[in-house]
Design a protein around this ligand. Structure first.
Ligand SMILES: [Zn+2]
Length: 294
């Protein structure tokens, strides 16, 4: 870890420590009628095994607007996220007097931030209940179905990696395949964090899932010889990996679903058209993370 990020990590630790003190063990004095009881005892009988963390997912977003507007939307609007990672080259961030990369905590991790909306991954829906949401300032836009995806600033990506690593160290139930984009869990209406988000770099840093090239190349050879899997087979593979395929009932919705997969795992091509490379990447992922039993 670079020294320059130590203050950021220290601030996160401090925020979490303060958050825990405030919300985890309140000094409530239970009452019985008019007579106050003793304070709640949090020490003597602690459950050893029969519980787990509510947090299972880490969801990445871009804000689709500059820092100033992102702050306004995420702190005063009807949406929010646990963390906001600004872009140090954003003029509205600089105008606020900031000179270094920052990570802002907007919502306590114990609370439910409203970042995912209607969403689904694997057997879970409404991922706000079970996720940590990271909003990354980026001015991606869409007009008349034409997308413009600006690159993320390298310092911003370093900060996202540090933040994600820190979150993962505290929530062991967040598996690699549970580190996902908004477009993965709401593919019919979302494109964030978009094709510029360096999912493969994050994977190399121990964050999230990626396929093995060797396996992918084998499947690519097989499909080149024998043809692509059928659409039903592709849908089964996407469903097995986590995507909600129940909405892919038309050619257009199927294309949106394939595009969501490509935005994450084949960002060089996100036209939503299934091809050998896309199918091979998908099959290699399922082979790696859902190996056949027996
Ligand atoms: Zn989003």
């Amino acid at each position: 870890m670079k020294v320059k990020y130590l203050p950021i990590i220290c601030i996160i630790y401090l925020l979490i420590a303060v958050g825990c003190k405030v919300t985890r063990h309140p000094k409530i004095v239970a009452t019985h009628g008019d007579k106050p009881n003793k304070a709640i005892n949090y020490k003597t009988y602690r459950s050893a095994k029969g519980f787990n963390s509510r947090i299972h997912f880490l969801v990445m977003h871009y804000t689709a607007c500059n820092f100033e507007r992102s702050v306004k939307l995420l702190t005063q609007g009807g949406v929010s996220a646990h963390y906001l990672v600004p872009d140090i080259s954003d003029s509205t961030f600089i105008a606020r007097g900031y000179k270094e990369q920052e990570i802002f905590n907007l919502v306590d991790e114990q609370d439910r931030a409203w970042h995912a909306g209607v969403s689904s991954w694997g057997s879970r829906t409404n991922l706000n209940d079970t996720s940590i949401g990271i909003e990354i300032v980026n001015t991606a836009t869409e007009k008349d179905s034409i997308f413009y995806f600006p690159a993320f600033h390298p310092e911003q990506i370093k900060a996202v990696k540090n933040l994600a690593t820190h979150v993962l160290s505290r929530y062991p139930d967040i598996k690699p395949i549970h580190i996902i984009g908004h477009s993965d869990i709401a593919w019919d209406r979302k494109t964030d964090p978009g094709p510029q988000f360096p999912w493969h770099d994050l994977y190399l840093a121990g964050i999230g899932a990626w396929f093995d090239d060797e396996t992918k190349n084998c499947y690519a050879e097989e499909y080149a010889c024998n043809g692509l899997p059928t659409q039903d087979t592709i849908l089964n593979l996407l469903s097995k990996y986590g995507y909600n395929t129940s909405l892919a009932t038309t050619d257009i919705s199927y294309q949106l679903l394939v595009r969501a997969f490509q935005l994450h795992f084949y960002p060089q091509k996100y036209d939503g058209v299934m091809d050998i490379e896309t199918a091979a990447r998908l099959t290699a992922l399922v082979t790696k993370y859902f190996p056949a039993k027996g």
